[in-house]
Design a protein around this ligand. Structure first.
Ligand SMILES: C[S@@+](CC[C@H](N)C(=O)[O-])C[C@H]1O[C@@H](n2cnc3c(N)ncnc32)[C@H](O)[C@@H]1O
Length: 296
C-alpha cells in the first residue's frame, strides 16, 4: 500500500501528548491514512487509538496500515463533530485534530480536489452527501457563489469569478477541474495570473470548505471534544490557514479566561514546523499547532 501523506510536526506532538493513565485512549479525530496514529501506536505500547475520518476510502488505507496493532486501533467512520457529540464525558486521554484534507485527496482520490488533474468536480469527503462541488459551481446563484469564494477563499476577485462562472454555465455545464480552473484564470486581471499560486487555488479551497462544511464543524467539535477529555488529558489542533486557526485560538482563549477555567493553554504562541521539516515537507509551511490541557 502506498501512503502519500507526510504527517505534520510529529516530534512536537510526541513531546506534548504523553499518555499517563492505565489503558490510555487517544482519539485521532482526523485519522486520514493514519500517519500520526501509526506514530503514537508505535511509540506507546499500551495506547489504544480511535481513528475517526468521514472518508471511507482513506479510512480503508488506515485500517490496513494499522492491522498489525490488532485491537489497539479502531476505525470510526463519522464527521468528527458528530463523533464527539455522541461520546461519553471524560473518556479520552489524548485528542488530536489535524484539520483539512490529506495529500491522498489531492494526489489519489480523483475527486477534483486538485486543480491540475482534469478530474470531475466532486470534492466530497463523504460520497453519500447530496451536494458536491459540481452542484455548488453549477447551481448556486451568483451572489451565493461570490460569498462562498470570498468567505472561505478570502479571494479578493470573488465577484468577478462568480460572474464568470455564471456566464459560462449558461452555455455549457462546468464539469471538470480544468473547466473551473480555466474560467477563474480568464476572469482575473492578467497581473493576478502570475503569482506563486495558481489564481484558482483560493476558489478551489472555498468550494471544498463549502461542500464539506469544514469550518462549521470546528468549534462544536472541539467544544464537545473537551467535554470528553479526562482531567489532565491533552487536546492538540493543527491548522493550515487563518480561517481554521482563528476559531480555535479564540475558543481556547475564552475558555482559559473563565473564572474557573477548564483548560490551560500550553502553547501561548502556536508551534510551527522547524526549518528542517519545511525543507523536507514544504506542505507543512503554513501549519500551526495549538495544545491545551484540561484542568477541571
Ligand atoms: C490532514 S488529514 C490527516 C492526516 C493524518 N493526521 C496523518 O498524519 O496521516 C485530515 C483528514 O481528516 C479528514 N477530515 C477532515 N474533516 C473532517 C471532519 N469534519 N470529520 C471527520 N474527518 C474529517 C479528512 O478526510 C482527512 O483524511
Amino acid at each position: 500500500m502506498n501512503y502519500v501523506h507526510t504527517s505534520i510536526m510529529p516530534n512536537e506532538l510526541l513531546a506534548h501528548l504523553v499518555p499517563h493513565s492505565a489503558d490510555p485512549i487517544m482519539v485521532d479525530a482526523t485519522c486520514g491514512e493514519g500517519g500520526h496514529t501509526h506514530l503514537f501506536l508505535s511509540t506507546y505500547p499500551d495506547l489504544k487509538v480511535i481513528g475517526v475520518d468521514r472518508d471511507r476510502e482513506i479510512q480503508e488505507k488506515a485500517r490496513i496500515r494499522m492491522e498489525k496493532f490488532g485491537f489497539r486501533f479502531e476505525a470510526v467512520n463519522a464527521w468528527f463533530d458528530e463523533f464527539f457529540k455522541e461520546a461519553e464525558d471524560a473518556s479520552f486521554d489524548l485528542i488530536l485534530f489535524d484539520l483539512g484534507i490529506s495529500m491522498f485527496h489531492f494526489d489519489e482520490s480523483q475527486r477534483g480536489f486538485s486543480l491540475r488533474k482534469g478530474e470531475p468536480l466532486d470534492m466530497r469527503l463523504n460520497s453519500d452527501d447530496a451536494i458536491s462541488a459540481f452542484d455548488v459551481v453549477n447551481r448556486y446563484d451568483e451572489k451565493k457563489l461570490a460569498d462562498v469564494i470570498y468567505a472561505y477563499g478570502e479571494e479578493r476577485y470573488s465577484r468577478r469569478i462568480a460572474r464568470a462562472i455564471v456566464q459560462q454555465r449558461k452555455t455549457k455545464t462546468i464539469a471538470t477541474t480544468d473547466d473551473l480552473a480555466s474560467i477563474v484564470y480568464k476572469s482575473v486581471p492578467p497581473a493576478y495570473r502570475y503569482q506563486k499560486i495558481h489564481p484558482a487555488t483560493r476558489t478551489f479551497q472555498a468550494i471544498r470548505i463549502e461542500v464539506n462544511h469544514e469550518l462549521d464543524r470546528i468549534e462544536p467539535a472541539i467544544t464537545e471534544a473537551l467535554r470528553t477529555l479526562k482531567v489532565g488529558g491533552r487536546l492538540a489542533v493543527i491548522t493550515f490557514h487563518s480561517l481554521e486557526d482563528r476559531p480555535v485560538k479564540w475558543l481556547f482563549k475564552n475558555l482559559a479566561q473563565e473564572d474557573r477555567p477548564m483548560l490551560n493553554i500550553l502553547t501561548k504562541k502556536p508551534l510551527t514546523p522547524s526549518e528542517e521539516e519545511i525543507a523536507s515537507n514544504p506542505a507543512s509551511r503554513s501549519s500551526k499547532l495549538r495544545i491545551v490541557e484540561k484542568v477541571r
